[in-house]
Structure formats: C-alpha cells, structure tokens
Design a protein around this ligand. Structure first.
Ligand code: ATP
Ligand code: MG
Ligand code: MG
Ligand code: MG
Length: 576
C-alpha cells in the first residue's frame, strides 16, 4: 500500500466525548468515525485491524471444526416470540415493523435463527455434532453506549452455536470452543484471563468469559495468584457466603455551606490532600424521580485549572471509574448547578450537593479523583454509601481482596477486565422452546443440546489499545496491526536515491507478503513519524540521502525508545 493512495486522517486532539484512551486514539488516528451514539463507521485504517481480527477468528474457528454461515441482520419477530425473547429481552432489543405491520428485530445475537436452521436441517444424530458460526453485525440498544467501539450499539460479533445429541457431547463441544478461544486470544498477543461466569438458569460451571486485563475494564474479576481459580465478580459473589464486613469507607454526607466550596474546602471536607495546581472538586448530586424520591446519584467532577481561571473550568460526570469522564454540556451544567460554566465561582448549587454514590460505583474505596493527568489527582478519596437502612452501611460485598480463595491455596486478588469473549453451555433451553429435535440412534425424537460462543470482534481492537499504548499512540501486536512495516523516505520528491531505495525495499517486502506501507505523501519527517507512532505500526524504516550514502537506514521498533542504524543492504531479509 502507498500512503498517498490510502486514507490517512489523523487529528491532533480527540473529541471531548472520548473518555478512554482507546476511544481517543482511534478517533485521533482516523480508525473510526462517529455517526451517532454507539454507531461508528470503520474507516479504512480501522477496518484493516478488524479484518485481521476476523481472519484469526475465522482460521481458528475453522480449525476447531466450526462452519461459517451468515444469518440475516433483520430477523422476524415471530421467531423471537417462540422463545419469549421478543417480549422478555427488554430495551436492548431493537424492534421495528415493516410496511405490512410485521414485527422485526435487528439481531443482538442469533440463537433463534440458528435453532430454526437446526430443526429444519439436522434431522438425524448422524449429522451431529455441528457448530455453525458467523461474523456479523449486531445491534444492541445499550443503555449507555460509550468508549467508542468498546460498547457500541452496532458492533461486529463472532457468534457460534453448537448442536449435540446429548449433554456429554455438548460439554465436549463447549470444551473444544474454550480451547479454540485460548488459541485465538493467544494469537492476539494480549494479556487476558479466562474466568468462570454465571451460567444463569442452567447452573453448573460451563460458562467462561475471556477478559482482557485493563484498568478501564467495566468488569471486575477475582483470581487466585496461587492457582488457576478465576471468576468474574458476580460469579464469585454468588458462590461466596454473605458476610457482614466493616464498611470500606466511612459513609459521608457532606452539605457544603455557602461560600465554602473551593477546591481546598472540598479537599478538607473529604479529608484528602490537594495535590497540584490543577485542582478539582468532586461532587455528587442526587437524581430524583418524578415523585421527588432519590433514585440514584451522579458523581460530578469539576476541574479548575491554574488559579481558578474560569474560562477553563470543565465539568464532567465520572462514569463509575475515574479513568475518564465526559465533559458535560452547557445545558447540563446549567441544569445541575444553576449557573453557566463561566460563573462557577464559589459554587452555588440549587440542589444540596452530597457525597453519595450509587451501588455500582460504591464498591471502590481509595479513589483517585481529579484531572485526568499525571500528578494532577486527589488521591485516597473514599466514597461512602448513603443508604436508608443503617445495617447496609456496612460493605455488603461477599468478596473482598485478600479473602481466602475457594481453591484454598491463596488469597484472592481483584482486577479489572474487558469482556472480549464468552462461551456458554445452553443445554436444551432453546431447542425445547422452539421444538427443535432430531432422531436419535433408536429413532426417538430428542432435543438438541446446545452451546453458544461469542467474540467481540470490534471490541477487541479497543481492548488491545487499552492494554498497549503510550503517550505517542497505539502499539499494535504484529498479528493485528493495520500495517506491520512502514517505510518513511525523507525527501523522496527531491532525491532519486531515496526514491529508488524506498521503492525497492517496498516492492521486495510486498512481494514477500509483508503488510507494508510506503509513506510517499511527501510529509515532513516530524509529521510522518507522529502519524505512524499514533497509528502504532510495529516496525518503521527511515531512509534518507545521508543514510543511503553511508549504506544505512534507521530502524525503530514501536516499543523502543530510540531508532537504531542498520545496514541498508540486508534490510529486506531482516524484516522478513
Ligand atoms: P457486556 O457484559 O460487555 O455487555 P455481554 O455479556 O452482554 O457483554 P455477550 O452477549 O456475551 O455480551 O456477547 C459476546 C461478546 O460480544 C462479548 O463478550 C463482547 O466481547 C461483545 N459485545 C457485547 N456487547 C457489546 C457491545 N455493546 N459493543 C461491542 N462488543 C460487545
Ligand atoms: Mg451486555
Ligand atoms: Mg457480560
Ligand atoms: Mg457475556
């Protein structure tokens, strides 16, 4: 690929609604373009990564004996009524009608359609086991689409469904997929953990999530460093005995007095040190329902830069984690604080401001609050819950870090993860609901034993970036990098030697099947380097007149701090 013929559109700044690093970098590097909430165009550079993810998934699924098909994105509502999910599924299921007033859904998953295929086409036990998969667009009307591709509404999933003649077969199919998933995620070169997950009504242990370890992950996972015990927090809590524990933090209810709401005052109220010139206020407001009862809380973060330069006051909602926040719109600020951002002097709130957090966020003690910048945080903030019953002021979690692991070998540790895959034994749940049967060896009708297996194809690149980036940009594992090698010729338009050498190296690598891009845009070196570091191409070769005269080029691996001079002669062989 030649850069002049490709689409490279990098931005200096990320849009204000990008909260986490993967979303910011994908926007800045021109990987995705937002069309609406949770709906993105995969731009050419981003699509290259997605296609590589798909190729690895496809190869390993095929190797594991699964067979690819493509099921419709638009599915008849009546099929979904057979399992009851048309009504039961809730608001994540996008439903609509066609011109004949028939109900349809956009697939959030495809158990109904695949079970319908099985009941028509898999008639005998001799045809089993079968595993059908697709790599297809999904739509889930997520309550809170966010973080770019991480939690989109439209996204790509690989979903596979196994059909077996009995429970033992289904469990073997499940294990086969669980193994294939390990091969797939190993090939992505990411740090991940397979954790036990809740298998819902079916019970048993046959549900595992594959979690990429990242501080920005929305899931909490529990593991034992001394054994292979690992579970998501819901599963771990479900199995652990309920225990009353001392509260992780003192419950707090702070009503700032008028005029007493400077950063220092709030820090004092919170009993935390204020650490930098970028100062912050952390506030929470009650969210009231129509009747005026408290239904939850929102945590607000105010950043005040420098010496209270009001033009730079920014307000953001902290979404459970402190890693990111979105800047509130002016309307929201006016709505919550009764004043415009420019006038957030000593804050006058219309509503009492209280330090209260809701359940999802209250599980954390020792928060870091403040600006999303290194050395600009208030550390050690402990949140309390404000719950009406005094006894629930105690921490109601069943599991805390340091508890003895169920394996008995060590103490539990907790970390955060991004769910990139999920394998699930379904039993006969769907086959019974849809009367999907086959004839067994005795000619008797039996319900299929099923399993389902998902991978978040478009979430995966986001997870990869969360785990692999630096201040300059993304750092792709070679297996899914948009390009593996970039050639940056300096002064290609001026120097015949540079042009000739760059073209020669490019063509040699191309012919050898290397995913190489030649930056022939004629940009200045600084611009070229910044672009390719942002895009995160693993290997960069720089050619210049002076280097060529000395028989050298400059090579830099994306993770290295500095470039090294290498002989130009063996470069093609060296890169292969
Ligand atoms: P989550 O807990 O993150 O909402 P899920 O458990 O609802 O995910 P599954 O039904 O298990 O998701 O779907 C299989 C995979 O699809 C998930 O493991 C995840 O990688 C991916 N996925 C699910 N929802 C989204 C989404 N909104 N955006 C991108 N990928 C998603
Ligand atoms: Mg979900
Ligand atoms: Mg989940
Ligand atoms: Mg899941």
């Amino acid at each position: 690929m030649k850069a002049s013929q490709f689409l490279i559109s990098t931005l200096r700044d990320a849009p204000a609604d990008a909260e986490v690093v993967s979303h910011k970098l994908m926007m800045r590097a021109g990987f995705i373009k937002k069309l609406g909430a949770g709906v993105y165009t995969y731009m050419p550079m981003g699509l290259r990564v997605i296609r590589k993810v798909e190729a690895i998934v496809r190869e390993e699924m095929n190797r594991a004996g699964a067979i690819e098909c493509t099921m419709p994105v638009v599915q008849p509502g009546d099929l979904w009524r057979e399992t009851g999910r048309f009504d039961k599924m809730g608001e994540e299921l996008l439903r609509f009608k066609d011109r004949h007033d028939n109900d349809f859904v956009i697939q959030p998953t495809s158990e109904e359609v695949v079970t319908d295929i099985a009941r028509q086409d898999f008639r005998s036990y001799k045809q089993l086991p079968k595993n059908l998969y697709q790599i297809q667009t999904k739509f889930r009307d997520e309550r809170r689409p966010r973080f770019g591709l991480m939690r989109g509404r439209e996204f790509i999933m690989k979903d596979a469904y196994s059909f077996d003649k009995d429970a033992d077969g289904a469990k073997a199919s499940y294990q086969n997929m669980a193994q294939a998933y390990r091969r797939i995620f190993d090939r992505f070169g990411l740090n991940y953990r397979a954790v036990a997950a809740d298998s819902g009504a079916i019970g048993g242990d046959l549900s595992e999530e594959f979690q990429v370890i990242a501080a920005t992950g929305e899931d909490a996972i529990v593991y034992c460093p001394e054994s292979d015990y690992a579970a998501n927090i819901e599963k771990a809590e479900a199995l652990a005995p309920t225990q009353a524990r001392p509260a992780a933090s003192q419950p707090m209810q702070v009503t700032p007095t008028p005029g007493k709401s400077t950063c220092a005052d709030v820090a004092e109220l919170l009993n935390v040190p204020l650490q930098s010139t970028v100062k912050s206020l952390v506030l929470a407001t009650d969210v009231l329902d129509e009747a005026g009862a408290v239904k939850g809380s929102e945590v607000w973060l105010l950043l005040v830069r420098g010496d209270h330069d009001m033009n730079e006051v920014k307000v953001g909602k902290v979404p459970g984690l402190n890693q990111g926040f979105r800047f509130a719109t002016e309307e929201e600020i006016v709505d919550h604080f009764g004043t415009r951002p420019g006038y957030l002097g000593p804050i006058n709130t219309r509503k009492p401001v209280r330090l209260v957090v809701d359940r999802d966020v209250a599980v954390m003690a020792d928060w870091i609050c403040g600006a999303n910048e290194v050395d600009a945080h208030i550390t050690g903030v402990n949140w309390g819950r404000d719950l009406p019953e005094p006894e629930v002021v105690a921490d109601i979690r069943n599991i805390v870090e340091g508890d003895l692991s169920p394996c008995g070998k060590g103490k539990l540790a907790i970390e955060r993860g991004i769910e990139i895959g999920h394998v699930f034994y379904l039993g006969t749940k769907y086959s019974k609901a849809m009367n999907a049967t086959f004839l067994d060896v005795n000619g008797k009708t039996q319900f299929f034993e099923m399993g389902c297996y998902g991978i978040g194809v478009t979430r995966l690149p986001a997870a990869a970036i969360e785990q692999n980036h630096d201040e300059r940009g993304m750092i792709w594992p070679e297996s899914i990098a948009p390009f593996t090698v970039v050639i940056c010729p300096i002064g290609m338009d001026r120097s015949e030697a540079v042009k000739a050498e760059a073209t020669k190296l490019y063509e040699t690598l191309l012919a050898a099947g290397v995913d190489v891009i030649l930056d022939d845009r004629g940009e200045r070196p600084g611009v070229m380097f910044a672009d390719w570091e942002l895009i995160g191409v693993p290997h960069r070769v720089v050619l210049s007149d002076r280097g060529i005269q000395a028989g050298e080029c400059e090579y830099q691996f994306r993770r290295d701090a500095e470039a090294q001079k290498l002989p130009l002669a063996g470069m093609d062989a060296w890169l292969l």
